[in-house]
Design a protein around this ligand. Sequence first.
Ligand SMILES: Cc1cc2nc3c(=O)[nH]c(=O)nc-3n(C[C@H](O)[C@H](O)[C@H](O)COP(=O)(O)OP(=O)(O)OC[C@H]3O[C@@H](n4cnc5c(N)ncnc54)[C@H](O)[C@@H]3O)c2cc1C
Length: 417
Amino acid sequence: MSPLKTFDCIIIGGGPAGSMAAYALAGCGVNVAILEGKDPSRAKVCGGGLQLKAVHILPFDVKEVVEREIYGIIYQRRLRDRFTRRYSSPISYTVNRARFDNLLLKRAQECGATLFLGEKAISLEPAIGYTNNTRVFTERDVFDARVVVGADGAGSIVRSALNPGGIAPVQLGLICELKKERGNAHIPEDLFVIDWGTVPGGYAWIFPKEATLTAGAIVPRELAGTLNVYLRAFLERQGLKISEEQRLLAHPIPSRRLGEPIASSWGILAGDAAGLTDPFTGEGLYYALRSGQIAAHHVEKFLTGGNGSLLDYEGEIDAGLMQEIIVAGKMRSFFNTFSSYIHNLYRKNDRLWYSFCEVLRGDRTLEGLRRIRSIPPKPVLRYLERFTSWYEARQISRFRGSVMFKSMLSKEEALRC
Ligand SMILES: Cc1cc2nc3c(=O)[nH]c(=O)nc-3n(C[C@H](O)[C@H](O)[C@H](O)COP(=O)(O)OP(=O)(O)OC[C@H]3O[C@@H](n4cnc5c(N)ncnc54)[C@H](O)[C@@H]3O)c2cc1C
């Protein structure tokens, strides 16, 4: 084991949250290291849909890794009832996650961050009081820093030390990469394909990339047993098939509730480690990048000896990103309760479609959507929110008891054999 490696700040995890925090801290002259346990060029479990609002907050250009510009969505509900909606400008980009993550890591290093690859953190010894440093133990080394940023994703070990109660995964996702070939040439290059309403609280998608199509599905944790069968059924409807040798990758999606700790006297959690994901769509790249930036701001303030406390980070997240996450959760319940009605509204109502595109593009926030005039007054809205949340939970529990669920489970069982 080599001598203790000391930094002002150690970031565990070289994903988008970690790289973004490192980039911002190194830019302020902080002596910062990133510990990344795996090869960043490996396939990651992600659709690779990069929201424009995520691109807008990046302090450098990522055009070189953008694979497709997306101008609309082919919607279907319950694997049928298809229609296409288009917008005049891109509503999203698609990226290959390995290329995207590598670019962010490269930019952080160029800014002065030190990257340790293959350094998987296995345990932490948190500082006691404000005078000590926190120690991070990897399989090979011991690191030591005033502040630790946990950007180590859904299975974060920093979260286990900082918030032993944890942040529960609320959804589970599955993806597969289909190589582009003649058999799938009919899938458009500039549109997302999305199915919803089939499994309550879940949806399936195809995102076009340069050489592949990324197909995936997300369902609530309680319905995890349907994931594989749902994705296959969705693809069959598009005339696509998952081959025998195709790798399917699954991953949990944690979602934080207000009040769950994400900061302490010695460290901060960002991105998936903090459960900062959209409970409606499962998207997390924007939240990872933004929380990485906010984390860096508070760490820098703390290290430069001002009167900043790391706990202020939690307050800023609660007042900003969490408000978007809370609205997204309410919208998911609303969409699930009135899925047939909303599906038709999307088809016919230009105003709703354009507002949705504006949210995707980052021209308008979800919170801002609530202020449009046709939204019901507050007491009605509160009632609707309570009703739809109850209805969604009931839908999920009913689905678990349904014949369809049982048949999906037995098909899933057969796939495993
Ligand atoms: C099926 C699925 C599809 C998704 N599709 C989209 C999408 O289309 N668009 C979108 O915006 N979001 C999507 N997401 C969410 C998105 O992938 C995550 O929110 C995002 O990757 C979070 O970034 P992060 O930096 O917080 O964590 P991660 O990207 O998970 O990065 C964490 C890093 O930490 C490293 N690490 C972990 N433990 C340790 C350790 N002990 N020591 C050292 N290193 C460690 C990991 O190797 C990893 O590189 C999807 C998620 C799923 C499950």
